[in-house]
Design a binder for this molecule. Structure first.
Ligand code: F6R
Ligand code: MG
Ligand code: MG
Length: 364
């Protein structure tokens, strides 16, 4: 059968501060989605959280960018916002940037990653969710998964991976997209995705059979709202096994706590720490940034799972290294390279400070 998997997320209020989601918000979301399932609008759903982001995982047959599904997500967040307001949770309704729903959640605040595909005989899916970071943070792990043979043995060993993958890259400032075929064009690809604040990998496709392998959310809240309104806290869906990297090859890039932007006030570089879902509760300096991964097998669109993939001792060293890197970066305080470079601050708080001291600059 053809199935659509939609992961739609929003920060609609934090508990405590920006550190986690209150159970009442998850309950509210489950109640909304249970009704949609009874009505036959969706096949299945799973509600979870990563830090202060409420995550809706939905399966259905309506395709991507479907206005019924987006409305369902929007209404679920709007209902949850009422609960958040009643509990006086922090930043209630933060990511619902407009008062009314316009037919698609894109550009309205929530993050979304969706893919439609023919469900295989067996369909292992990995869903990554991050908090305190931004849309381009998947660039490096996606490159490792789909291009680097030191990470993905299948690129050499498996005939169905040997032909490589096609990357769709978005320029989120100029609103343009481009495709690169790997491995031949990997150097061109790296030229762009090495700047994750501007270029983000949106989709990856198999060159063996053209099917979709991965999709990420690429919304940048600061570009949408024109000021700092919280980090994007992106999500990523990856199909696994057979013509795609094995589960272990998809997870392997997260062994290293890559330095990404986000953390405190969305204005610092820090390590991305892989954690179990129960530990996706940024505490130190509002961080360090977290990534969780839930694995599911699809069964006629039903979500069989989840398995909490980073809830395993093999990730302990990654976490330890992340904490050591966090210590080192923290000592820089307000200095680069811990704080984001000036160009990035221009999209957030720099303009206000610039304005304040405007008339005081003297010629050298
Ligand atoms: C970063 C984040 C937090 C907040 C910080 C200040 O993504 O969510 O680090 O930026 O706690 O929050 P406000 O401005 O809401 O007081
Ligand atoms: Mg928040
Ligand atoms: Mg968040």
């Amino acid at each position: 059968m053809r199935v659509t998997l939609s992961v739609i997320k929003a920060d609609i209020g934090g508990w405590v501060g920006h550190s986690a989601i209150h159970p009442a918000l998850e309950e509210s979301a489950r109640a909304s989605l249970a009704v949609a399932q009874q009505n036959g609008q969706i096949i299945d759903y799973y509600v979870t959280s990563c830090g202060d982001d409420l995550q809706l995982i939905l399966t259905h047959t309506l395709g991507v960018d479907n206005d019924q599904i987006h409305r369902l997500a929007w209404d679920t967040f709007a209902t949850g916002t009422q609960v958040a307001k009643q509990l006086k949770l922090y930043g209630a309704g933060q990511d619902l940037l407009t008062d009314a729903f316009s037919g698609n959640v894109k550009g309205q605040g929530p993050g979304v990653a969706e893919m439609e595909f023919e469900e295989r005989t067996s369909e292992p899916i990995l869903i990554f969710m991050a908090d305190k970071t931004s849309a381009g943070s998947w660039n490096l792990p996606l490159f490792k998964m789909f291009v680097d043979p030191f990470n993905t043995a299948g690129l050499i060993i498996s005939p169905s991976l040997h032909q490589g993958f096609r990357f769709e890259v978005h320029d989120i400032r100029e609103h343009k997209k481009i495709f690169f075929d790997t491995p031949e064009e990997m150097y061109d690809l790296l030229m762009f995705i090495g700047t994750p604040s501007r270029f983000t990998v949106k989709h990856v496709f198999s060159r063996f059979d053209g099917t979709i392998a991965a999709v990420s959310s690429t919304e940048r809240l600061s570009l949408i709202a024109g000021k700092y309104v919280g980090k994007d806290d992106p999500v990523l869906i990856v199909r696994s096994q057979h013509q795609f990297p094995a589960v272990g090859e998809v997870l392997e890039p997260f062994r290293y706590p890559w330095i990404i932007e986000g953390w405190m006030r969305g204005s610092h570089y820090g390590p991305l720490m892989p954690v179990a879902q129960k530990h996706a509760t940024p505490a130190r300096f509002d961080g360090p940034p977290r990534v969780i991964c839930l694995g599911f097998q699809l069964n006629e669109g039903k979500l069989v799972g989840p398995r909490d993939m980073f809830d395993d001792p093999s990730w302990d060293e990654a976490r330890r290294e992340a904490n050591l890197l966090a210590d080192h970066l923290r000592r820089h305080g307000p200095f680069e390279p811990h704080r984001l470079p000036l160009e990035e601050m221009e999209y957030t708080s720099l303009p206000q400070v610039m304005k304040k001291v405007e008339g005081r600059w003297e010629k050298l």
